[in-house]
Design a protein around this ligand. Structure first.
Ligand SMILES: Nc1nc2c(c(=O)[nH]1)N[C@H]1C(S)=C(S)[C@@H](COP(=O)(O)OP(=O)(O)OC[C@H]3O[C@@H](n4cnc5c(=O)[nH]c(N)nc54)[C@H](O)[C@@H]3O)O[C@H]1N2
Ligand SMILES: Nc1nc2c(c(=O)[nH]1)N[C@H]1C(S)=C(S)[C@@H](COP(=O)(O)OP(=O)(O)OC[C@H]3O[C@@H](n4cnc5c(=O)[nH]c(N)nc54)[C@H](O)[C@@H]3O)O[C@H]1N2
Ligand code: SF4
Ligand SMILES: [Mo]
Length: 728
């Protein structure tokens, strides 16, 4: 080690695993990242997205200052303060002419490093009186919230992964994605150890994945058939008497309706419909039903493949049928560390309304998951009183992430004002009027509080242990940079508009919030630092922030919080026979599934997947990643390639109902024949270029249309997309 070389513990924020790392800093620059060897919770795990952080921070094409676009499409760098003041002038004119609903915000995954950016943008919209607040979560797994609103929730939470003996993973690949399905601290090792201690894992996925290799049963089903499969599992569990009758009697309504609705989903019917073995389905059901503890967890696979509310709802119903919720006297799965202390109770929380009053131009409704992002493009394109004319895009990349890329592009081009807060140029920033350069993770203090909040979203989220870490900023932004933290930008816009902003600490969703919502008026006389924001959001934390700070490598706290009995004042009950869900089951059973299966014009299904080196489009422009993955392969089964007379590396046209895209075919025997898997987040770098299968790669979102939005959440069909394949 030279004199100027030091190491600093921190954590990676390139995905929601937040792995603890140690960064080597030479002359003030981060040069190397390793997984923190001192972390027993993650065992020193690091993935390629963590390793690449130095390149990410010092990438020559990183945005170090704000940009303004000129009418000819070129950009010049201008001081960030000037950019803000010009933006404020334009906002004033739009507000005056069209009112607050003309101003919208969209929050994407690039806000993982700092949750205070979107939090402050929300405060600004509230102060303005605009309801147009959109999150990527509504084109991710909106059914997580919709299903909880329909079924209700259990205050003490689901069974912990670590003490379960059966686990059903529906359309998730936690080994790579670290999102749902298994605890996010080194999920590969978590699954392996669970298997070694005897947990039986069931995976439902049309692809053989890094996760399914741990499966006792892998149902390699036809995509889009998850509702039928889960109904079939419920059928077997009920028929074989594997339900927890005492739990149901005490806590849930609707059992008879559910029993009747799943009765026709016999193993033979489901097997024929989903293209799986009837005995495998029965074994999956028995594995879960005969176990003592466990959970059914759904992720993006079923979320994207239509009827997602039903899949997620049936997953909750299976947990309730088998009584798989943490009971009185047991250790709570989520003890909260940086979240406020709470007293988990063995208590049902009743369902609540799923749709709100607001409707977007294309008919999509505000719902339990929020305002549907899939409706935002039309809200910009459709003339009318609530038309969106100004959009703040915070750490998001609509051009590569929103469904229906052509519609997205038309909408972004139509805006009177598009402001993108990003760290690099993207096809979205290239359509922006102003680009505000944001700092990157290593330059910002942060905590793991955001990941703890994942528990409010679903049962397979976050960690199941009391882990927490605080990190200070460990390097400064590169010399000469003029980056603005996202929260500071929105705060200052509020200041410039003479508004009083109010910070909200809210933990949990809707009526199930765990502690009362706290509203804190902000001192508008000066910009709060990120550390002050961290203090504000953790001011009632279970473990004081100062204690967490005293463990710079992070710490697993010993907080055995025991579940208390139900609140004697509350008589909430869960609902397993929701009429809308039961009607949808009947509709599915009544349809001709053989005809539904697209054997004619569009005989293949395109499904979603993820790459290990990118998070969506994040990290996609970095030279060493481009060298590793020049394009976005269309993974196809070798037998499909052979049948079509194609070979590895051929360019094919994937033609969906409305649009088509070129992609490079790649043989992949892990797929179910007839299924083609592509990642999203790829495509041309610049909106004025043509899409090129070999340069930038296929933008699969061009294939997605809005013809079949979910009637509640508005999420379109983003997986199980029927396509034809032609040689290009
Ligand atoms: N076809 C298809 N479409 C999908 C999906 C799919 O699987 N298939 N997945 C869907 C899902 S689950 C999601 S969540 C959405 C994601 O949708 P988005 O969040 O809109 O897309 P990302 O590509 O994650 O965009 C993140 C942006 O944040 C920027 N960024 C990175 N770090 C920072 C930072 O520190 N600060 C700021 N301000 N910006 C930063 C990146 O440069 C990038 O432009 O896409 C959805 N779309
Ligand atoms: N390395 C990496 N990590 C990431 C991301 C990334 O892009 N790269 N993105 C992050 C984001 S924003 C999110 S939301 C999470 C997502 O995390 P996951 O939901 O775990 O996403 P995937 O890894 O794509 O796993 C989804 C699986 O569903 C399967 N599938 C597709 N269609 C169907 C279907 O109809 N039914 C069933 N049962 N399965 C189906 C696919 O084959 C795939 O294996 O990952 C996060 N982490
Ligand atoms: S899994 Fe990779 S990207 Fe995610 S936090 Fe860990 S090192 Fe970073
Ligand atoms: Mo996501």
């Amino acid at each position: 080690m030279t004199m100027s070389e030091i190491t600093a513990p921190t954590f990676c924020r390139n995905c929601s695993a937040f792995c603890p790392v140690v960064v080597t800093i030479e002359d003030g620059r981060a040069v190397k990242v390793i997984g923190d060897p001192d972390s027993d919770v993650y065992e020193g795990y690091l993935c390629p997205k963590g390793r690449i952080m130095p390149e990410q921070h010092y990438d020559p094409s990183r945005l170090l200052g704000s940009l303004k676009r000129h009418p000819d499409g070129t950009f010049t760098r201008i001081p960030s303060a000037q950019a803000r003041s010009e933006i404020v002038q334009k906002l004033k004119a739009i507000l005056e002419a069209h009112g607050p609903s003309a101003i919208a915000a969209y929050t994407g995954v690039g806000t993982l490093p700092s949750m205070y950016g979107p939090g402050m943008a929300s405060a600004l919209l509230r102060a303005l009186g605009s309801p147009m607040n959109f999150w990527a979560a509504t084109i991710d797994k909106p059914a997580e919230k919709v299903s909880v609103a329909l079924h209700g929730n259990w205050h003490a939470g689901p069974h912990r992964f670590e003490s379960s003996d059966a686990w059903i993973i529906v359309g998730a690949n936690p080994v790579i994605a670290k999102s749902n399905g298994a605890p996010s601290n080194n999920p590969g090792v978590r699954l392996k150890k669970a298997q070694q201690r005897g947990m039986k894992i069931v995976v439902i996925d049309p692809r053989r994945t890094e996760t399914s290799k741990r499966a006792h049963v892998h149902l390699q089903a036809i995509p889009g058939e998850d509702p039928a499969i889960l109904a079939g599992i419920a059928h077997v569990i009920i028929a074989e008497g594997l339900i927890d009758r005492a739990f149901l009697t005490s806590n849930a309504d609707g059992f008879e309706a559910l029993r009747a609705a799943v009765a026709p989903f016999t193993p033979d019917y489901v097997a024929d419909r989903a293209g799986i073995g009837a005995s495998d389905l029965t074994e999956a059901a028995r594995t879960f039903g005969r176990a003592k503890r466990g959970s059914v967890v759904c992720s993006t696979g079923p979320s994207f493949s239509t009827r997602s509310n039903l899949s997620f709802y049936l997953a909750l119903c299976l947990n309730t049928l088998c009584g798989r919720w943490t009971r009185e006297g047991e250790i709570a799965p989520y003890p909260n560390v940086l979240l406020p202390a709470y007293r988990p109770r063995a208590q049902a929380l009743a369902p609540y309304p799923v749709v709100g009053a607001r409707q977007l131009a294309n008919g999509m409704r505000e719902n339990a998951s929020g305002m549907p992002s899939a409706g935002l493009a039309d809200q910009i394109l459709t003339d009318g009183p609530d038309q969106v004319r100004a959009l703040f895009c915070i750490g998001g990349n609509p051009m590569r992430a929103w469904p229906d890329s052509r519609r997205t592009e038309a909408a972004l081009r139509k805006l009177d004002l598009l402001v993108a807060l990003d760290v690099t140029e993207t096809p979205t920033t290239r359509l922006a009027d102003y680009v505000i350069a944001a700092p990157q993770a290593l330059e910002m203090p942060g905590t793991t509080q955001l990941i703890e909040m994942g528990k409010y979203a679903g049962s397979g989220r976050g960690w199941h242990s009391a882990w927490a870490q605080y990190t200070p900023a460990i390097v400064a932004p590169p010399e000469g940079s003029d980056v603005v933290s996202e929260h500071a930008f929105f705060f200052q816009v509020g200041q410039d508009l003479g508004l009083q902003l109010e910070w909200i600490n809210s933990f949990g969703f809707g009526p199930h919030a765990e502690s009362p919502t706290e509203k804190v008026p902000l001192d508008m006389s000066r910009v709060p630092s990120l550390d002050e924001m961290i203090g504000l959001s953790t001011r009632n934390s279970h473990v004081p922030l100062a204690v967490v700070k005293s463990f710079p490598h992070g710490r697993r706290f010993d907080l055995p919080v025991r579940v208390e009995g139900p609140d004697p004042e509350r008589h909430d009950r869960l609902q397993v026979g929701d009429p809308m869900m039961m009607a949808e089951l009947a509709e599915i059973r009544a349809e001709d599934h053989r005809a539904r299966r697209n054997v004619g014009e569009l005989p293949f299904y395109v499904v979603s997947r993820r790459t290990n080196i990118y998070n969506n489009s994040i990290l996609s422009g970095l030279p060493s990643n481009v060298a590793r993955m020049q394009y976005n392969p269309a993974h196809m089964h070798p037998s499909d390639l052979a049948r079509l007379g194609l070979t590895n590396g051929d360019v094919v046209r994937l033609r969906a109902r409305r649009n088509s895209v070129l992609a490079v075919a790649e043989a992949d025997e892990t797929l179910r024949p007839g299924v083609i898997a592509l990642s999203h987040g790829f495509g041309r770098a610049h909106p004025d270029q043509a899409e090129d299968a070999r340069d930038g790669g296929a933008n699969v979102n061009i294939l997605i249309d809005l013809d079949e939005p979910d009637p509640v959440s508005g999420i379109p069909r983003m997986s199980a997309i029927p396509v034809a394949v032609e040689r290009a």
